[in-house]
Design a protein around this ligand. Sequence first.
Ligand code: B12
Ligand code: SF4
Length: 605
Amino acid sequence: MQSRTQRTEATSARRRFRVVLVKPSHYDDDGYVIRWFRSPMPANSLATVYGLIADCAQRKVLGPDVDIDILAIDETNTRVRLDRIIADMRGNGNFGFVGLVGVQSNQYPRSLDLAKPLRDAGINVVLGGFHVSGMLAMFAGISADLQQALDMGVTLFAGEAEGRMDQVLRDAAADALKPMYNYIDDLPALEDAVTPFLPGNTVRKTIGNVTTFDAGRGCPFQCSFCTIINVQGRKSRRRTPDDVERILRDNFAQGIDRFFITDDNFARNKDWEPIFDRIIKLREEDGMDVRFLIQVDTLCHKIPNFVAKAKRAGVTRIFIGLENINPDNLLAAKKRQNKITEYRDMLLAWKAVGIWTYAGYILGFPNDTPDSARRDIEIIKKEMPLDVLEFFFLTPLPGSEDHKTLWKKGVPMDPDLNKYDLEHALTPHANMSKAEWEKLYRDAWEIYYTPAHIETILRRAQACGINILRLAQIILWFSASPTVEKVHPLQGGILRLKNRHERRPELPMVPAWRFFPWLAWDFLAKHARLAGAAWRILRIYRRVARSAGRPYTDLAMSPVTEDETATLELFTHNKSAREAVDHARKVRTLTGAAGPASAVLGSTA
Ligand code: B12
Ligand code: SF4
């Protein structure tokens, strides 16, 4: 085992049941495991499963004479030493199991590669997460990839483990694990459920004082590319304000005061307000300076008090699934709640309170062409007050309606699950060849993060009282990860580590004499590019910082006006945009709502 300090406390019990939890990474395009000296933040999936097993350990679910040791390994920042795990398990008579945790589709091939030697050594392996849950949620039978795991003797876990972990541990301890535990149709309530937790040692392998937790699960909307609604449901299930307070206090006591609340749509957490109220109390009365990144939808600014309370609760950044600025594309993806006539209102509402915005943008919707997508990014830069934009390929993720529909229609999808990371073109596109689509994805980052636009983003942010040094660092991260490290910023980290023994088994191991010079050259070349990018952004930052105090405005920052639907390209660039404006105007006339056409459904908070 790796580190004694990572285990739960030892007592003098006669037997020790070993649980090794691994959150697997996946392979890059050269076949090497994506691992960093420091990853950006702890995985909430790992924290959730760790918390549940630690709770079982505390309650002695395996009997008074059995202690449960837990080791948590996040492969994005720690090498998984299978040899040591196998030796340790052997030394303990294989009394324990390895849990492969929160396995996404892109991590499934790596997970099976980790499972194989463990199973060969007779060690029990339980694999859970979005891939297994998503496949079993959408298909009645067992797909070939799940069957492969079952054939290896890997136990699959589908659904959520709250309230189910005692059973898994007892079965594992009796060496009587079932081939599959399937709770996908029985989602547990989260009120008073065991809360996520990771030991300090694991958290310290990430960049800083940020950790993750989910205050709730589920989203009411129906986006066809989304897996969440099919795995976690459309009903809001949430933790209580008491539980949230405990999570915050426990972390604060360990020096952790920044949090990513992983709810896919916190605005639709039915208890967003009591939770915010509790956090406001902690901040304003108890002096706990906690800060948050939350994920919300594009209509959240319409919820009375939402933006104002988010500000008081210490939200400093929000992530929005903007996805596209073409209403016909949004409609095709059933993302009906995204209305381009609301975008500027929503972004200005967040800007007005000094909260910075990240948005996801999907490339490859049915009506996209390489030229239209490039034009759309330029429109966003000019007319929308957005800070950080990140790009994804439209991907039929297992667990989504899109995946099921394509499968039923027999549309070819790339069979390599390792590529289902939103960074690969996996299906044919009506308007683009694969090469054109891939080029568009690569170009998109460069089109958005030009030096001129980085300066504009910083100027807009400074005018709203946002910490632009921090924003400049995040811009460096988002602009350099895909261009220099060739990974999405959400998979990025500090100092890429590669081990020649950890290559995809389908690819040959490179001899040492070739591997190490290549690695050294790769390291130098990338860090030279990174240093160049950092220097350029630093100079822009300094220039902007020197102008602090001087008023700044531009088209994107201008308040929404009555006539902008006739003048801004956002509303006029194609037929579907013009139709969306007409539709919004009709709704306004029918409902008698006041205000400009782009504020048809209400005004900003
Ligand atoms: C937070 C988050 C991140 C964070 C942190 C990672 C993490 N997993 O915590 C960051 C920002 C790093 C991230 C990155 C990425 N993510 Co992400 N992420 C999420 C998010 C929003 C929450 C994850 C979470 O905490 N869920 C709650 C936990 C409790 O659920 P769970 O993981 O399913 O675990 C439960 C059960 O599955 C089960 N279980 C799980 N494991 C095990 C193991 C055992 C032994 C047992 C018994 C039970 C069990 O019990 C758990 C408790 O109930 C999810 C969406 C979502 N709602 O889950 C997307 C999601 C998991 N991410 C996704 C993707 C694609 C990515 C990226 C590839 C995106 C990109 N291009 O960069 C990267 C991959 C990088 C990486 N190393 O993970 C997809 C995966 C879809 C799929 N079919 O594979 C999701 C579902 C979002 C989506 N778009 O659909 N992500
Ligand atoms: S709003 Fe987000 S979480 Fe909700 S269904 Fe759409 S993509 Fe999924």
